[in-house]
Design a protein around this ligand. Sequence first.
Ligand SMILES: *Cc1c(COP(=O)(O)O)cnc(C)c1O
Length: 383
Amino acid sequence: MDRIYLSPPHMSGRERELLLDAFDSNWIAPLGPHVDALEKEFAALVGARRAVALSSGTAALHLALILLGVGPGDEVLTSTFTFAATTNAITYVGAEPVLIDSDWNTWNMDPNLLAEELRDCAHRNRLPKAVVVVDLYGQSADYGPIREACRRYEVPLVEDAAEALGASYDGRAAGTFGAVGVFSFNGNKIITGGGGGMLVCDSDFLADRARFLATQARDPAPHYQHSRIGYNYRMSNLLAAVARGQLKVLDDRVAARRANFAFYRNALADAAGIDFMPEHPRCRSTRWLTCATIDPQRFGADREDVRLALEEANIESRPTWKPMHLQPAFDHCRLCGGDVSEHLFRHGICLPSGSSLTGDELSRVAGIVREVGARRLTKRKAA
Ligand SMILES: *Cc1c(COP(=O)(O)O)cnc(C)c1O
């Protein structure tokens, strides 16, 4: 049987035409008309004034922190339950991540823990330079109370929406809740350019600054003049052409991923001990990945039993993110809470979630998951 992947790229057909246009016009890289068009289309889609196309989501995070003036010795509050790109970027500017646990309702940063930590920081007279909130698995964090806490202490917010393009909160697009928002076009995201990232903001000053820093900080002069250090972070015109084709079918991709989630939830509705990632009432998730926790007592088998049974059937699944406070690279960081993300990591699994999955493939996956638990429960009863 062909391998079923977790979240493979899914081209629509338009990408090839746009890529060949870039190729034939000899706008190969760097930059070019597809980059300009992608920025306009992307900004319009998420409802931001400006968008700056970059080489990766990680580069966008790095520049976001520089734009907000984060530097050596500063503290930055961020989600512990995330992919390492978030905390890595904080260390690139010499700042210290302070890790905040998740809540049960969104699996993202707990607004109460954030408010408490900001209050404690204010008492210590050492407010963080920024807060970086992550939107995991296609769902935004609870931005009502999060923005209120940030506003109260006047700490700027960066939204890492790399996993949440197409999601919304109170009807407004994920990625637009901070001073700067960050997206990724990496190969396993909901749409892909084969790589790439996007920085969005409503400030012309910040957007122009991001472009300047991303093109080696070239001052306006006919010769190469540099009054500060820059980066080579712009997106290639070839990748932008592919990403433009993908952007046109984003709504279809979201619908397909949500349908995957609904399928799994229905197919496993009567299996005790599987709890799917909740959707917060103010959020509309893309269900980028279908995630669930597995309670070994009630289900009969644990997360690893399920993952290994799927692997044996040539199906890729993955544990949920290992929290940053459990990572050797970040276990020295200050931590607020931690039990929720540890539970989600210990018991959480991401099921195959590609938008090109067929009904047969979804049935195969669900059938194997159901069988692992049922088999063990029968065995347990017999013993
Ligand atoms: C993928 C991802 C990134 C990084 O994006 P790249 O384009 O791969 O650099 C950042 N944050 C989160 C939460 C991600 O999932």
